[in-house]
Design a protein around this ligand. Structure first.
Ligand SMILES: *Cc1c(COP(=O)(O)O)cnc(C)c1O
Length: 401
């Protein structure tokens, strides 16, 4: 019998949508099965004393990798593009962020972080990094090349997030990266919102691209997972830190991340389309002051988004006209298809109220009304609009009381 063809051996320069399906698949090593096995393993046995002494063999120890992790790493490398020299797998998005920062920083260093950063990232910088003698300065997301003024002799890294996952400001990453590289600092990007499918950050001057794969990569709200992708310059320190810190991800989660990755393109296309349709619908609602979505033509971040991104995911925010808290709560309690919860990127729609005023330090957050963040899932868009309309009816009734 002829062996099955190996999909990953197809000709190079495939479309990313094809790469998502074919990469990381070693069909013959999987005895013909389409997907890799879930390898649970700590011990890896060596056949001879000579092999043992030479540490010979593709896999050495469970923590350092298995056939399952290898399949996911290869698939992620293909998605990240030609600049990617390696991908580390971590047990959560936050652990990807903390591992990357610990990898590139040392006592006495200075770090620049975007003011719109994911709040637990800020807590890590202001907590553990501060305790280890690393100073953090936060910067205005719209700073661009003006970031040069914030560099000190000991600035070693710049951390960006595009867009901010609550407030949706869009930083100019290539401009920031150009300054950082002139100053010999590394650029780290939390690329969770767009994923490498819509934003190839390593092609835009980023050295280390992070994902909370908990979100769109997993795609089903059923795993906690993180990834650290690095270019050739940054990969040695990242892989060293992963080894020294003992970071590794559980085999079931690795498998589910890979399974999620296979359908990422179709899911994101749907999230994008429904997300934009609802964003435009919300912008016309009388209760709405502003929609914060970089793919909308009148958004302040639109030009940068259009230049640097190939798409938008399903997460955005809306600023309501000033209203009492009980009106907002009536909205939240009335919508049924929009669950109230924090981790997004799954197939289901979500809504949460948020308030950035509590923690901003480099900029003032003055939205002008109550703010809600929406995740648009894979439900039918007309059902979602009807649900939101019911929420607004309850909102107006409560506001009139
Ligand atoms: C959720 C999230 C994280 C953290 O991911 P976890 O897997 O929950 O630890 C990091 N960055 C952004 C932008 C996120 O949305």
């Amino acid at each position: 019998m002829k062996p099955p063809k190996d999909a990953s051996s197809a000709s190079k320069s495939l479309d990313p949508r094809t790469e998502l399906v074919t990469s990381g698949r070693d069909t013959m090593a999987q005895k013909g099965f389409v997907n890799p096995p879930i390898v649970r393993g700590s011990t890896v046995l060596y056949p001879t004393a000579e092999d043992l002494h030479a540490h010979r063999g593709e896999f050495q120890y469970g923590r350092h990798g298995t056939p399952t992790t290898k399949a996911l790493q290869e698939a992620l490398m293909a998605l990240e593009g030609p600049q990617c020299a390696g991908v580390g797998l971590t047990p959560s998005g936050v652990s990807a962020i903390s591992t990357a920062l610990l990898a590139v920083l040392a006592a006495g260093d200075h770090l620049l972080v975007i003011d719109s950063v994911y709040r637990p990232t800020r807590n890590f910088c202001d907590g553990l990094l501060k305790r280890f003698g690393i100073e953090t300065t936060y910067f205005d997301p719209s700073i661009g090349v003006g970031i040069e003024a914030l560099f000190k002799a000991n600035t070693k890294a710049v951390l960006v997030e595009a867009p901010g996952s609550q407030s949706f400001e869009m930083p100019d990453i290539p401009a920031i990266a150009a300054v950082a590289h002139r100053k010999n600092a590394l650029v780290i990007d939390d690329n969770t919102w767009a994923t490498p499918f819509f934003h190839r950050s390593l092609d835009q001057g980023v050295d280390i691209s992070l994902q909370a794969a908990t979100k769109y990569i997993g795609g089903h709200s059923d795993i906690m997972f993180g990834t650290i992708s690095a270019n050739a310059q940054a990969w040695p320190v990242i892989s060293e830190a992963i080894r020294l810190l003992g970071v590794c991800a559980g085999p079931d989660d690795v498998f589910l991340a890979l399974r999620g990755l296979r359908t990422l393109a179709v899911r994101l296309a749907h999230h994008q389309q429904s997300g934009l349709e609802i964003a435009r619908w919300l912008a016309e609602r009388p209760e709405v002051l502003r929609v914060l979505h970089p793919a909308l033509e009148d958004d302040p971040g639109h030009a940068i988004w259009k230049r640097d991104f190939t798409g938008a995911s399903g997460l955005f925010s809306v600023v309501l006209k000033p209203a009492p808290q009980q009106a907002v709560d009536a909205f939240l309690d009335t919508v049924k298809l929009f669950g109230m919860g924090y981790s997004w990127g799954g197939y289901e729609s979500l809504v949460i109220p948020f308030d950035c005023t509590e923690y901003r330090s480099a900029t003032k957050w003055n939205p002008g009304g109550p703010t809600l963040r929406l995740h648009i899932g894979l439900e039918h868009v007309e059902d979602l609009k009807a649900d939101l309309a019911a929420g607004f009816a309850a909102f107006n009734a409560a506001a009139a009381k």
